[in-house]
Design a protein around this ligand. Structure first.
Ligand code: CA
Length: 274
């Protein structure tokens, strides 16, 4: 992996309604790993679950695919819950990304999300494991109604509970791309336009994270809020970058080189044949 190919920042806040913060954020930048986990369960066990998920993921993702690492985290939460009667019902969502050169792998369980801001436009890269997402897929609900639906926080898959099936996607990053990992406490308070505004109007990840969390709190802060922002800089050698461009840009140097040779020939021809 190319060193210093990205800058990043992350923060988490309990919000205005809860004293506890059951979210956890984490990273291992030397391995290109970043994650958000959103815990749930009574007796403050949500924060125990998301901490177990974070610790397990940062270890397991070093040697296995992200979906396998998520299943490892699931088993770790189940094992811990079996040992403590107070933590029987604990669970956690998780979203984790791995950046390796321009390749970005994403794995998740639950409704924690990854957004991509590219050339000023925001795109959601993950699809929630939630009741609302099922209704949206069936066409039984509009995006606008989803934001106010009473069951919008109902997740259909959780690490530590039942039998989750992690999802996976990948994206090839381009220089200037910004990734946002967040818990639902952020995207429940801020719509796409507000997230875009906060990401665009601040230049460094530290300021973007602070602005996003502040905006979520100003909008209500009804849940724990977490945000991790990663800005990717393409530092690969030019030859490698051209090879991964969508058009066959490897021909561009030959094209421009050929053009320059013709111009030089015409100048020479003009100079010596008058
Ligand atoms: Ca939450």
């Amino acid at each position: 992996m190319q060193r210093d190919a990205f800058s990043f920042a992350g923060d988490t806040h309990p919000g205005r309604k809860y004293a506890h913060n059951e979210d956890n954020i984490g990273w291992a930048p030397e391995h290109g790993l970043f994650l958000v986990a959103d815990g749930m369960g009574g007796h403050a066990s949500g924060e125990v679950a998301s901490q177990i998920v974070k610790d397990t993921l940062l270890r397991a993702a070093l040697t296995m695919p992200l979906t396998d690492a998520l299943l490892e985290a699931h088993r770790a939460v189940v094992a811990a819950a079996a040992e403590s009667p107070n933590q029987r019902s604990m669970g956690s969502t998780a979203v984790i990304v791995r950046i390796d050169d321009a390749r970005c792998d994403i794995g998740w369980v639950g409704d924690s999300r990854v957004y991509l801001l590219r050339r000023g436009r925001l795109r959601l890269l993950t699809r929630d494991h939630s009741y609302i997402e099922l209704l949206l897929e069936k066409g039984e609900l509009s995006e606008a109604d989803a934001r106010t639906h009473p069951d919008r926080n109902l997740v259909t898959q959780t690490l530590g509970i039942a039998d989750p099936t992690p999802s996976h996607t990948e994206v090839t990053l381009r220089g200037g791309d910004r990734l946002l990992l967040c818990s639902d406490g952020l995207n429940d308070e801020l719509d796409d336009a507000q997230i875009t505004t906060q990401l665009r109007s601040n230049t460094i990840p530290n300021a973007q994270v602070a602005a996003l969390i502040e905006a979520a709190l100003a909008s209500g802060g009804r849940d724990n809020v977490s945000a991790v922002v990663i800005e990717y800089t393409d530092r690969r050698p030019l030859r490698q970058r051209l090879r991964s461009m969508p058009i066959n840009a490897a021909w561009l140097p030959a094209f421009f080189g050929g053009g320059a040779a013709i111009v030089l020939f015409l100048i020479w021809y003009g100079l010596f044949n008058n």
